[in-house]
Design a protein. Structure first.
Length: 486
């Protein structure tokens, strides 16, 4: 069954591994993204050149921002980019289409460059310039934006990288010459230009490969979470004692008595906006530990491959070999329930739980569970859609087979503070809204106390585990290889 690039284009996963490329799913985006810091810190000249190319373009944008008001047309051409969906990386719940970089991003980036980051490209504190600093203070520029922007700025390289692999390893009947827009920027005409490449082609579009050693999962090395968490260390690293005291006083004045963590974080954010030089000292700390960036990202990618590729591939094989699975045409509820049970088996008995852990601690995300479930629908003719919020609250997936047969599937963490409310009301409301009486709720728990809490809620609501409610045990402590959770 075709799920991954290697399946669709009949190439050996070992050839992709030897080439250093990530074996993407062509059913759904996988939750990894390009981290520009990995280009900066690499010892590969071609990656360093790519990072320099990114900085040169941002410096060009800064100069344009400082020169005066930019027309709407040029703002769109220089700042707005579509998502490069052809690399099949990112955070789409269904398929590979995202929103791309819209007007909000363009405006925020333009304002940041012409106000706070006027020294971009000429920093004195750090050893280099970094695109990521644009997402550290102002709203409107997040890690998804930075990743999409980076991907667009190195799209020509990704095309060449994929073209080289395709020439050697893919049957040329599966390759097509395509014109790729925004492949390179002409500084003389100040225009983005298209370029033609011979790329793997399927279902009316080309596919791009990405080197694994520039990918990460979760947060980029330079990120907003760390700059908040490392605030004390950043302040301590500033050599100017007078400025340090001034910043500290400004910060302390913004913390109320008996401040909660949220209020402290808000005070830090205000201080960073007031004293943007703190950002450079934070980035310098990150540069000084750049040796860890590659190893940590590599570990994250290996774990992603282990669960979302290796484990799901085994799941695919199990489903394919299970002749009874497709022997009779079940309704959507029965098919969805079977896939939930396979997912439960992978997590509880086949080390699948490890995707939810980092450094031995659980990373509790419903999105990872949702994606694993989506990938199990590789060979189904059913319509699998992520539900949008219609005012009654979202449900994760709606599995449909015509207008008369549909099933709602929702994933929740046992630690969710609104679990009882959700179990009691949410899907019941959605059943009415979507004209279906069939639904499955899946609850993931990480400890005995979370299980006990869930069972208590279920008892109070008169619910029992079965085809409408499935519990999945993601505890590391009770697994045979639990001590190896990363």
């Amino acid at each position: 069954m075709n799920v991954y690039f290697s399946d669709w284009f009949d190439v050996s996963p070992n050839d992709l591994e030897d080439y250093g490329a990530f074996n993407v799913s062509l059913i759904n985006d996988l939750p990894v993204f390009i981290d520009p810091f990995l280009l900066f810190s690499s010892d590969k000249p071609e990656y360093q050149a790519l990072h320099e190319k990114i900085i040169n373009y941002i410096t060009f944008l800064r100069k344009m921002s400082e020169s005066g008001t930019i027309s709407k047309g040029l703002l769109r051409h220089w700042f707005l980019f579509p998502e490069v969906k052809q690399n099949w990386l990112g955070f789409s719940k269904v398929g590979n289409s995202g929103s791309g970089l819209g007007a909000k991003f363009a405006t925020a980036l333009n304002n940041n460059l012409s106000t706070i980051f006027t020294d971009f490209g000429t920093e004195q504190v750090t050893s280099g310039s970094h695109l990521e600093k644009l997402c550290l203070v102002k709203d409107g520029v997040g890690k998804d934006n930075v990743s999409d922007f980076t991907t667009n700025l190195i799209k020509g390289f990704l095309c060449e990288y994929t073209e080289t692999f395709a020439q050697k390893h893919i049957d040329q009947s599966r390759v097509k010459s395509v014109m790729v827009s925004h492949a390179e920027f002409d500084y003389r005409t100040r225009r983005w230009l298209g370029k033609r490449y011979k790329l793997p082609y399927i279902d009316g579009d080309y596919v791009l490969l990405t080197p694994k050693d520039i990918l990460t999962k979760d947060d980029a090395w330079i990120n907003k979470h760390d700059i908040i968490g490392d605030f004390d260390d950043i302040l301590e690293s500033m050599p100017n004692l007078e400025l340090r005291a001034q910043i500290n006083e400004y910060f302390l004045r913004r913390i109320p008595e008996d401040a909660k963590r949220r209020e402290i974080n808000e005070a830090i954010a205000k201080t960073l906006r007031k004293f943007p030089e703190l950002i450079d000292y934070y980035i310098r700390l990150k540069e000084n530990t750049s040796d860890k960036a590659s190893s940590i990202s590599s570990q994250k990618i290996r774990e992603t491959e282990a669960v979302f590729i290796s484990q799901v591939s085994e799941l695919v094989e199990d489903l394919r070999d299970d002749s009874a699975f497709y022997a009779t045409p079940d309704d959507t509820h029965e098919e969805a329930y079977k896939r939930v049970l396979y997912l439960k088996q992978v997590i509880e008995n086949n080390d699948g739980y490890r995707v939810f852990y980092m450094k031995g601690e659980p990373i509790k995300r419903e999105s990872d569970l949702q994606l694993m479930f989506r990938l199990t629908w590789y060979a189904s003719e059913d319509d699998v859609n992520a539900e949008v919020n219609n005012g009654r609250g979202p449900v994760d997936y709606k599995i449909s087979r015509g207008s008369k047969d549909s099933t709602l599937v929702e994933f929740k963490l046992a630690s969710n503070s609104k679990l009882k409310q959700n179990l009691e009301k949410q899907v019941e409301v959605y059943k009415a809204a979507n004209q279906t009486k069939k639904s499955i709720k899946v609850i993931l728990y990480f400890s005995d106390s979370e299980l006990a809490k869930t069972l208590k809620i279920m008892k109070g609501l008169g619910l029992k585990e079965g085809k409408e409610l499935v519990l999945i045990d993601a505890q590391a402590s009770n697994k045979p290889s639990g001590s190896n959770a990363k």
